[in-house]
Design a binder for this molecule. Structure first.
Ligand code: FMN
Length: 229
């Protein structure tokens, strides 16, 4: 399948969270060969949405001439979009959130009730084949509540065909001394990618394993505070 990775980390390939996505994609590739394109959002020239709503009345053309035109083309021709990002202030990094705002041309002016009874704009391009994956890591060890805001807004924005993976303590992915704890997690992500490639689902027990802290919260905090070596 055709996969678009939108990397919201300004650290590009060196990002903590991209380790998660790479392991997941390896698993997907174990199942079948995929065509993968990664966009480091920070490198794209994407202006802010001006809120003019011209795109809602002209068939979906944004009046701003910037890289978002190419991003939108890639986006709607993909089968899966992976939103890879570190939790920033309990949400998306600003550059990625800006890109999401600029998805506005995909939907038209008219509003209609969706499957869950809430109103939403109707689509004005065909991207019904799309699946969405949120792959998010964070710096705190807290697995409870930390991701709530980000997950809720992702699920509201992408209510259908979406899957959410959140992993606390993600700076560990870039710490060599932590490899004994990180390696099993990367292996679990690879298994999850393989499962997901089959039918866009991941078993609940595997999901639980992936999203739990890699080491106990208090020990992580002690390392972060320099109280343990
Ligand atoms: C501006 C900024 C805001 C952040 N906000 C949070 C936050 O709200 N909660 C949290 O747990 N970690 C937060 N972090 C930590 C990052 O999520 C964490 O370092 C992550 O592993 C970075 O991933 P990356 O290397 O892929 O960018 C923040 C980091 C930065 C730089």
């Amino acid at each position: 399948m055709k996969i678009l990775v939108l990397n919201g980390s300004p650290k590009r390939d060196k990002s903590d969270t991209m380790h998660m996505t790479r392991a997941f994609l390896e698993g997907m590739n174990d199942f079948c060969e995929n065509e993968i394109k990664t966009i480091h959002v920070i490198d794209s020239h994407i202006e802010y949405c001006t809120g003019c709503f011209a795109c809602k009345h002209n068939g979906g053309e944004c009046v701003i001439d910037d890289d978002m035109k190419d991003v939108l083309e890639e986006y709607i021709s993909s089968d899966l979009v992976i939103y890879n990002y570190p939790l920033y202030s309990y949400g998306m990094p600003a550059a990625l959130k800006n890109l999401v705002d600029r998805l506005m041309p995909l939907s038209g002016w008219t509003m209609q009730r969706k499957r869950d009874g809430k109103y939403g704009h109707s689509a004005q391009k065909d991207f019904s084949q799309l699946h969405y994956l949120m792959m998010c890591g964070c710096g705190y060890p807290n697995s409870k509540h930390n991701f709530e805001g980000a997950v809720r807004s992702f699920e509201l924005k992408f209510p259908e065909n979406s899957t959410v993976i959140t992993i606390p303590e993600s700076p560990m992915f870039n710490i060599e001394q932590a490899s004994q704890f990180v390696a099993p997690r990367l292996e679990a992500l690879r298994r999850a990618g393989r499962e997901y490639a089959e039918d866009f689902t991941i078993r609940d027990d595997l999901m639980k394993e992936i999203c739990s802290p890699m080491i106990p919260e208090e020990i992580y905090a002690q390392f972060a505070n320099g109280e343990r070596k």
